[in-house]
Design a protein around this ligand. Structure first.
Ligand SMILES: [Zn+2]
Length: 137
C-alpha cells in the first residue's frame, strides 16, 4: 500500500518486518502523543501490552524497556508521561474501532493509517501511579 504520506513509517516497517494493524495503531498513537508531549529525556511510556503497537511506540518515542522508560502497567491503551513537565496523557483506541482490528488485515491497516487522530483515539489526562496528585484513588 502507499505509505508516502508517512515517510518515517517505511523505516518502522523495515525494522518491524511487516506492516500490520498493530504497527499502524502504535505508530498513529505515538505520533498523536508526540504532538502533545515532548520527546525528551523525561518521557516514559506506560503500556498494558506489548507486541506490534509497542514496537512502533518504542521506535518513535525512543523509549524502551531496557532503559526503563517503558513500564508495564494496568489500563487500556498507552500512557505517555513527561516527568520533566509533569504532563501526561493516555491514548486508547476508540471502542467502536476495537472490533475492526481483527478481520481484513490490509483494510484495517489502511483504516488505521488514514482516519484522523480524533476519530481513532480517545484521550484522557494521565498521572503516573504513586505520584499523589490524582493518579490514584
Ligand atoms: Zn506486527
Amino acid at each position: 500500500m502507499n505509505t508516502q504520506a508517512y515517510p518515517d513509517l517505511d523505516l518502522l516497517v523495515a525494522s518491524h518486518g511487516h506492516l500490520c494493524p498493530g504497527l499502524a495503531m502504535g505508530y498513529r498513537a505515538a505520533r498523536y502523543a508526540l504532538k502533545m508531549v515532548d520527546r525528551g529525556p523525561g518521557l516514559v511510556v506506560y503500556s498494558g501490552s506489548g507486541g506490534c503497537p509497542l514496537h512502533a511506540i518504542e521506535m518513535l518515542t525512543g523509549c524502551s524497556r531496557d532503559s526503563g522508560t517503558v513500564i508495564t502497567a494496568d489500563g487500556e491503551g498507552w500512557a505517555f508521561y513527561d516527568s520533566q513537565s509533569d504532563e501526561g496523557l493516555r491514548i486508547t483506541l476508540k471502542k467502536e474501532l476495537a472490533g475492526h482490528i481483527a478481520g481484513d488485515r490490509d483494510r484495517n491497516t489502511k483504516l488505521l493509517l488514514t482516519l484522523p487522530d480524533n476519530a481513532l483515539f480517545d484521550l484522557e489526562a494521565f498521572s503516573p501511579p504513586g505520584s499523589g496528585d490524582g493518579g490514584g484513588v
